[in-house]
Design a protein. Structure first.
Length: 587
């Protein structure tokens, strides 16, 4: 078992030492190695009757010796549990310890990730891709899912958490006359980012064949760079005069993809090699034919090679993923390889050396790597996560005169529905449910969403378009029923609002915060001026959850000081503090 463990650690580039039944991993910690062949089961029942990992040692004894992990073999993989975690989930023993240090010293960013968002072809969560990129010592990464941009937000979130740079990419096929040419588009600027969204619409909405006309692509080139794919070398050589349009549209940021991965079928390898040879034979100008001191490298039309390996699974032992996904998709696997995973830079250079002749020196490899850095480090495209981009309801002039603002309109429409639809004698039951739902809807800033939906449904009804009684979990929302969006009384039929919107889904995790409730009952109050420029009256016994000098605490109104940061309930921030004004309220 220990031999298998060491083989596993080496294959996953983990720096380690072993002694007896202990495993030491630099930058991670110490783990006990547990031989599961000596265990009857991998789980046992705890005192509560729950199944937990069956550890052979007492956790307190392990913690006392600063041993916080237990490593074990299960199936054909090695896992570990962190005994400090409450439920101790199983983690695959990968990407732990100090980052891999490469012997090759040059900037390189893996840009060829085909994630699980590329359905039935790519695989792996972006959190896993990012985790491995960080482990391999890369400073960033990029995706290039085919005909989908769905993974871009996930990439930004995961890469940002690991302090890695990221670049949004998009693989596509363009139609140029009678030819179909593959390419990757990477966003440089916010305009380029928006243009890729328009490319996505052109491919997936405006057409049914999943292609894009090259003229439409050129019209959406601004702010992006273009990489002709690894299959396109011969087409480039035969259409050099057409390339001026691409170079001009993409402002000179045009590249050719070099992928050194080996395939399982020789016919595919031959096709890639012919494409690669055609490109270098035509576009690469040897140093003796120009001033190498002034221009280290020169390529026709300045279309540089860039090292981008198409990666469809995170690790080498995941190669079956693509085969299985392809067979689910079309009944057969296509373009199969054992080598389409994220590799350390040393391994990439070994492949380069075996594939290229001696005239292409290390400098060429370095230049191809630096082209990836040029793409990523010039990229400023990102999502602005500081704003809520949900649509806002635009009131008509008549609605403005009648209601004043959208929140008043929302409340009045609900009350109109309440008077019209709630059964006599059951008002208190419906009111309690209504207030709870309204709190969740307001706190998650969904008032405008309801008004937009209300407007759409009513327009359809007024124009002779049939509207369903309520689809799926929407039938569990009383507010939707009172607004006429659905026609199902959820209280009558025992339907749950939580199936429609859990407070936790809206970011309303249980928290101890300051909430405004009711009016003050005495003349003994304090006036408090807040950052919104307004002054509010609070009973002296009103309690506030605050942050004072980095510590959270609860104080009474008369104990507040000027520097206190009051932690408000989200409904207060969005609505109540704007409505209460000088009206007195208390907690």
């Amino acid at each position: 078992m220990k031999d298998r463990l060491e083989k596993w650690l080496k294959s996953n580039l983990i720096q380690y030492q072993t002694r007896a039944d202990l495993l030491f991993i630099n930058g991670w910690g110490t783990a006990m190695i547990q031989d599961m062949s000596k265990q009857e089961h991998i789980f046992k029942k705890d005192k509560n009757g729950d199944y937990v990992f069956d550890c052979a040692e007492n956790y307190d004894f392990l913690k006392a010796d600063d041993i916080f992990y237990v490593v074990f073999e299960f199936g054909d993989r090695f896992f570990y549990v962190d005994i400090r975690e409450e439920k101790m989930p199983f983690h695959v023993l990968k990407y732990v310890g100090d980052p891999v240090v490469s012997d090759i010293k040059c900037d390189f960013y893996p840009l060829g990730i085909h994630s699980g968002y590329e359905l039935l072809n790519g695989s792996g969560s972006l959190s896993t891709w990012v985790k491995k990129a960080k482990f391999l010592g890369y400073k960033g990464l990029g995706i290039c899912d085919y005909n989908t941009f769905a993974g871009s937000l996930d990439l930004q979130r995961e890469a940002s958490c690991k302090e890695l740079r990221y670049c949004f990419g998009y693989s596509l096929t363009m139609v140029i006359g009678d030819d179909k040419v593959g390419a990757k588009v990477y966003a440089n600027t916010q305009k380029g980012f928006r243009n890729i969204l328009r490319i996505q619409k052109t491919i997936n909405v405006d057409r049914e064949d999943g292609l894009i006309d090259y003229l439409e692509l050129l019209a959406l080139a601004d702010g992006n760079c273009l990489v002709f794919d690894k299959w396109s070398g011969e087409w480039l050589c035969n259409n050099i005069t057409k390339l001026d349009d691409f170079v001009k549209a993409f402002d000179g940021f045009v590249y050719f993809q070099v992928d050194t991965s080996e395939y399982r079928a020789e016919r595919i390898d031959v096709r890639v090699l012919n494409s690669l040879k055609a490109y270098f034979d035509t576009f690469y100008v040897e140093p003796q034919n120009y001033d190498h001191d002034q221009h280290p490298f020169y390529y026709i039309k300045n279309i540089r090679p860039v090292l981008i390996q198409d990666m469809y699974y995170v690790d080498a032992d995941d190669w079956r993923n693509k085969m299985v996904l392809n067979k689910i998709d079309i009944g057969a696997a296509h373009e199969q390889s054992y080598m389409q995973y994220m590799k350390p830079l040393d391994e990439l250079y070994d492949e380069f050396e075996k594939l290229f002749s001696e005239k292409y020196s290390f400098d060429v490899f370095e230049d191809m790597c630096e082209a990836t850095a040029e793409i990523v480090e010039n990229s400023e495209a990102c999502y602005d996560l500081s704003e809520n981009y949900a649509p806002r309801y635009e009131m008509t002039e008549m609605e403005k005169l009648k209601y004043g603002d959208t929140h008043t309109m929302f409340n009045q429409l609900i009350e109109d529905g309440f008077k019209r639809l709630v059964p006599k004698g059951q008002e208190s039951i419906y009111r309690e449910r209504l207030e709870y739902e309204k709190y969740v809807i307001e706190s998650t800033d969904n008032v405008d969403y309801y008004l937009v939906t209300f407007d759409e449904v009513n327009w359809a009804k007024n124009n002779g378009i049939f509207v369903g009684v309520g689809r799926g979990s929407a039938g569990g929302c009383l507010l939707s029923y009172l607004l006429g969006i659905t026609s199902i009384d959820p209280i009558k039929w025992g339907l749950l609002f939580e199936r429609f919107l859990l407070p936790e889904r809206g970011g309303l995790e249980p928290a101890d915060v300051t909430a405004i409730e009711g009016d003050i009952q005495s003349d003994d109050y304090f006036e408090i001026s807040l950052e919104n420029g307004r002054t509010y009256k609070f009973d002296k016994d009103a309690q506030f959850k605050i942050n004072r000098d980095g510590k959270e605490m609860t104080v009474y109104a008369d104990e507040l000081i000027e520097s206190d940061d009051i932690i408000w309930d989200n409904q207060n921030l969005l609505f109540k503090l704007n409505e209460v004004g000088y009206e007195s309220s208390k907690r």
